[in-house]
Design a protein around this ligand. Structure first.
Ligand code: STR
Length: 514
């Protein structure tokens, strides 16, 4: 009997202690939840996650909590709260959750996208950033030159498809893969290289496997049972790693510590400096090199090629926008030279269209989940250490309190009244995330989107495929919000053909330093 009293007393004391500890603290409203399964039985599986989380805002407010099995998750749906969390208290929320699927992809949290916030992550991120600076600063082989070379070959390939209905996926993939391949290894792939096909399929399979909303990420013990999705993910990650390892092995031969030209060189040089005096965290290993290259490669290819396809699809739906962009290209650039990065403040319709596509169809609608590395707060709400946070970019980009008719595709919202200047109508816009984990390749991505689109629209008209079907603007939710496959036609513009008589090839790229 007395032990029963002691247990009851201890439980009561614990309860009071908890209550006292929480005095004055305010937590986000929480969805109902049960032991073990958490809020899962109360959640809808009909809508895709970003849409469902946006709908929940009506009932639970701009910030709310739920339990994904044993994990406490907070969803942030509003820009001012996201700003507080990503920018003001960025370091408090800069960690990543440990999940079975991303552990498989990142070799247990190596690389930079899915690794924990700490000295090791910082070191690899700095190495990547320093390589980005190299490509921005130097005059030979800078980003502008590389992108223009790729835009040139892209246009040649598209000219060869003249008049046929084609799926633009492979061409978009190859163009962005080759830019990132130059960045990582200083070389590129040819159109019919078998490896391109392999890496394209493998990358796509990885994204699809990650998108499956795997239950193993909620209940890791599920991996003890046979799991088809997980096996598929493992196989594809293995193929990707083998392909990258093969490339690393070949490119390593050319390494010269006095001539650092690409990301692999930067990482190998850092590895040379590794010695026994360094702590494990500062040690550069082959596996870390592989994972860092894998992240940069995956991020560089999948995001850019996906956005280009979204832009093409929107321009097929809104030919009047395409015409405005082309008119501006004709006026500001004409046909005697090719577009340059410095044209960005001239081609306002193109820039505003890119911004609008990144708003209406964000690359990563829930970003990559963040984790609180310390007890902290978002706005007035207490967030305990270890909380998983989803930033609902979809809701932020479609917030009717911030955007006029957010569901409408309207690039001109990014232009002033006279359509003479680019503007930002609201701050409710984070297409590349923000804070310490902001996309490291934002500069490159924006440069690629601008130059690829400017080159293509300077010489091609975009037409609906022969079956007359417009692409669906409903995407497929995942780490990258992808468009469903579609076909279209690229037709050389009459104006282009008549201005460059008898010549189907674009003029040679003439970019000098930006
Ligand atoms: C794509 C498929 C692949 O082969 C490797 C990766 C790893 C990095 C991922 C990338 C993925 C998808 C897009 C991500 C990127 C890191 C940052 C980027 C998630 C899964 C975004 O935040 C959009």
């Amino acid at each position: 009997m007395w032990w029963f009293l002691i247990i009851s007393l201890l439980t009561l004391l614990y309860y009071i202690w908890q209550k006292l500890g929480n005095l004055g603290k305010k937590y986000p409203m929480c969805l109902p939840h049960l032991p073990i399964v958490g809020s899962l039985p109360y959640m809808s599986v009909q809508d895709e996650a970003h849409i469902y989380f946006t709908k929940l805002k009506e009932k639970y407010g701009h910030i709310y909590a739920l339990w994904m099995g044993p994990s406490y998750v907070v969803v942030v749906n509003q820009f001012s709260l996201a700003k507080d969390m990503l920018l003001k208290k960025g370091k408090d929320f800069a960690s990543r959750p440990q999940m079975v699927t991303t552990d498989i992809l990142s070799g247990s949290g190596k690389g930079i996208a899915f690794s924990d916030y700490g000295p090791q992550w910082r070191m690899y991120r700095k190495l990547v950033q320093s390589t980005f600076s190299l490509f921005r600063d130097r005059s030979s082989q800078n980003f502008e030159k590389i992108i223009c070379q790729e835009a040139n070959t892209l246009c040649k390939r598209l000219a060869n498809t003249e008049g046929q209905s084609v799926d633009p996926s492979k061409d978009c993939f190859l163009a962005s893969a080759n830019v990132i391949c130059q960045f990582c290894f200083s070389n590129s792939w040819k159109q019919n290289d078998k490896d391109v096909e392999i890496i394209m399929n493998v990358s796509d399979a990885i994204i699809k496997a990650l998108a499956k909303n795997n239950l193993v990420d909620i209940f890791p013990w599920i991996q003890l049972f046979p799991n088809k999705d997980l096996t598929l993910l493992k196989e594809n990650v293995k193929s990707r790693n083998e392909l990258l390892e093969k490339k690393i092995k070949i490119e390593k031969e050319k390494f010269n510590k006095d001539s650092i030209n690409n990301l692999l060189d930067t990482l190998l040089k850092a590895k040379m400096k590794t010695n026994s005096h360094l702590s494990q965290e500062q040690e550069v290993t082959d596996e870390h090199i592989l994972m860092t290259l894998g992240d940069i490669f995956g991020a560089g290819v999948e995001t850019t090629s996906s956005v280009i396809k979204w832009i093409l699809a929107y321009l097929l739906h809104y030919p009047e926008v395409k015409e405005k962009i082309q008119k501006e290209i004709d006026q500001k650039i004409g046909f005697t030279r090719t577009p340059l990065l410095s044209d960005r403040n001239q081609l306002l319709f193109l820039e505003s269209t890119i911004r609008e596509v990144l708003r209406i169809r964000p690359v990563a609608p829930l970003l990559i989940p963040h984790v609180a590395c310390t007890d902290s707060s978002i706005g007035e709400y207490t967030i305990p250490k270890g909380t998983r946070i989803y930033v609902n970019l979809w809701s932020i980009h479609h917030d009717p309190e911030e955007w006029d008719e957010p569901e409408q595709f309207n690039p001109e919202r990014f232009l002033d009244k006279n359509k003479e200047q680019l503007i930002m109508p609201t701050s409710s816009y984070f297409p590349f995330g923000g804070g310490p984990r902001v996309c490291v390749g934002e500069f490159l991505a924006r440069a690629e989107l601008f130059l690829f689109m400017a080159w293509v629209l300077q010489r091609f008209d975009l037409e609906v495929a022969d079956n007359g079907e417009l692409p669906s603007l409903e995407g497929v939710y995942g780490v990258v919000y992808q468009i469903n496959p579609f076909k279209m036609k690229f037709k050389l513009r009459k104006a282009w053909l008549s201005s460059v008589p008898g010549q189907q090839d674009p003029p040679p790229p003439a970019p000098e330093d930006s």
